[in-house]
Design a protein around this ligand. Structure first.
Ligand SMILES: CC(C)(COP(=O)(O)OP(=O)(O)OC[C@H]1O[C@@H](n2cnc3c(N)ncnc32)[C@H](O)[C@@H]1OP(=O)(O)O)[C@@H](O)C(=O)NCCC(=O)NCCS
Length: 185
């Protein structure tokens, strides 16, 4: 009962397309004013230590801020990862986000020194939308940076740092991530 109540409080600030989500452990989901989070049916959020025996360093944290928008499709699975939007992050259906990933569509701090000194983060931190297609599989401990576009069925190797655009049906890996293999359709 308490869990249900807390979930309602967490849900209060965001709109969920359908409430048929699976939670393992507590996730942090928060849309600031004028921001939006949508999560599709049958998506699972794994946040408790025992929900993924790879060892999660954190809970799922899904935050939209400064008018940011997050849309996560149906039948996705997200394990102990952060998805943080100031602009827009779209994730397609059946995409898996492995343990301890970060998907961030902004730099949080400006590149220019004078703006950093004045902490003008909202005004000057760079941001660009992220699009991740259907059926992607993002390996554990990966970082997906602003402006990234992944097609459908893109596999991201564990521990990758991803920036740029990648076509459908490929495996990318490394820092910075490059295509290491094309997959048969
Ligand atoms: C990306 C991945 C799926 C590729 O598997 P694969 O197709 O069997 O690829 P291979 O093992 O044959 O490796 C192919 C090449 O890519 C390289 N490679 C594979 N994974 C890599 C990674 N994460 N980072 C950098 N290079 C990688 C290999 O070194 C190899 O290079 P080489 O051809 O020069 O020897 C796999 O390596 C991986 O990272 N899996 C992620 C597992 C994971 O995080 N699961 C989620 C748990 S929550």
């Amino acid at each position: 009962m308490f869990r249900g109540l807390l979930l309602r409080i967490l849900f209060f600030k965001y709109w969920c397309s359908h409430r048929k989500l699976t939670y393992r452990g507590w996730s942090v989901i928060y849309a600031f004013p004028k921001s939006l989070i949508k999560i599709g049916d049958k998506t699972s959020l794994y946040s408790s230590f025992s929900s993924n025996m790879l060892g999660l360093y954190q809970r799922c944290i899904i935050v939209a801020r400064y008018g940011g928008k997050i849309e996560i499709g149906e039948n996705c699975g997200i394990s102990g990862s952060t998805i943080y939007a100031w602009n827009s992050i779209k994730i397609g259906d059946y995409t898996r986000v492995g343990a301890n990933c970060k998907i961030i569509d902004n730099d949080f701090h400006p590149v220019e020194l004078e703006h950093r000194h004045k902490a003008l983060n909202e005004e000057y931190a760079r941001r660009a939308p992220i699009e991740i297609g259907d059926d992607c599989f993002i390996g554990m401990n990966s970082v997906i940076l602003k402006g990234t576009k992944l097609g459908n069925n893109v596999i991201v190797g564990a521990g990758s740092v991803v920036h740029g655009s990648f076509p459908d049906n490929c495996i990318i890996a490394g820092n910075p991530a490059k295509i290491i293999k094309m997959l048969d359709e």
